[in-house]
Ligand binder design. Structure first.
Ligand code: GLN
Length: 307
């Protein structure tokens, strides 16, 4: 298959969509992003990669980080984790509070904000403090992306903290039900810090390979999670990775994927490749509008989906 040609064709076909959607403006530091940007990368098991667009440009990974923190928590806690966070789609926006009230402070899944905050809470407890937990998250991401240069954007993290009202409300509500162990401000700051890590589509497509290969990096053979855990992470990505548009993403694209409000989407083609697409303008549910279309075109043109 001529992947380079396919990516170039996709880049042409998505052009009419520029101008549609809206960049995330509830985080002031993301509001100035140029909506005209686009990049797409795939990385295969032999390490070869194909890219189009601004594939070297760094952007904040935002909720894509939730895949990595979920992986770490599952590794340390195993199925005990599901006492603290569920694995069902929420059918609600990513920052919604409503279900927590009548579901005893247990978030529906690890990929909505409430679920990711609980996961970060378990990591702070595991690593004894917030700084050690954040350092471990960065180390893990550097390892799976095989890139030591990955850093946090302090301006983005600070900007989120200044407008943290909703995430603090989620945290405090869960704490009132006894589902948060650590101090709310430090916890939410740690969560924002991992959301504010910056990567590009090349690094992120590379970072998906362990999920495409049963938990083992196919390039350097490092084992991160068990085969069963990798299966479950992929399943939760498929059913919950795009919030209340997860069904639509499965319908149109048909692979496990996870979006972030920075405009990135990662996707996994089992036994074949990791993918990342980035374009900052979002659809109504907070997922990259052009990114979703590009992935739909990719699975349609290649015939590669899990279905
Ligand atoms: N840091 C963002 C927030 O908490 C992440 C949301 C997202 O990417 N969907 O609002």
């Amino acid at each position: 298959m001529d992947y380079q040609q396919i990516l170039q064709d996709i880049e042409i076909e998505i052009q009419p969509l520029f101008g549609k959607g809206k960049v995330a403006d509830y985080i002031p530091a993301l509001a100035d992003a140029d909506a005209g940007q686009f990049a797409m990368s795939i990385t295969l098991f032999d390490g070869s990669s194909y890219d189009v667009g601004a594939s070297d440009t760094l952007f904040s990974i935002q909720s894509i980080s939730k895949v990595f923190t979920f992986t770490m928590a599952l590794k340390y806690l195993g199925s005990e984790l599901y006492k603290r966070v569920g694995r069902e789609p929420s059918g609600n926006p990513f920052n919604s509070l409503v279900q927590l009230e009548y579901e005893n402070g247990i978030p529906r899944n690890p990929f909505i904000n409430a679920g990711a905050i609980v996961i970060t809470d378990t990591l702070i407890t595991h690593y004894k403090n917030d700084t050690a937990a954040f350092d471990a998250i960065v180390d893990f991401i550097r390892s799976i992306a095989d890139d030591e240069s990955i850093r946090m954007n302090v301006v983005v993290a600070g900007s989120e903290m200044e407008h943290a009202y909703r995430n603090l409300a989620l945290t405090n509500l869960m704490k009132s039900f006894g589902n948060i162990d650590n101090e709310a401000i430090k916890l939410v700051q740690t969560y924002f810090n991992h959301c504010a890590l910056e990567m590009n589509t090349k690094m992120l497509s590379r970072s998906m390979l362990y999920l495409a290969n049963h938990g083992v990096d196919p390039i350097n053979n490092k084992a991160y999670v068990t085969k069963a855990q990798a299966k479950r992470i992929n399943a939760v990505m498929l059913t919950c990775g795009h919030y209340d548009a997860s069904g639509d993403f499965a319908f149109k694209v048909g692979v496990p994927g996870k979006s972030g409000v920075g405009g990135g989407i990662v996707a996994v083609i089992p036994q074949k490749m990791g993918i990342c697409v980035w374009s900052p303008a979002l659809n109504e549910q907070g997922n990259s509008l052009i990114g979703t279309k590009a992935l739909e075109l990719f699975t349609t043109k290649t015939g590669l989906s899990i279905f």
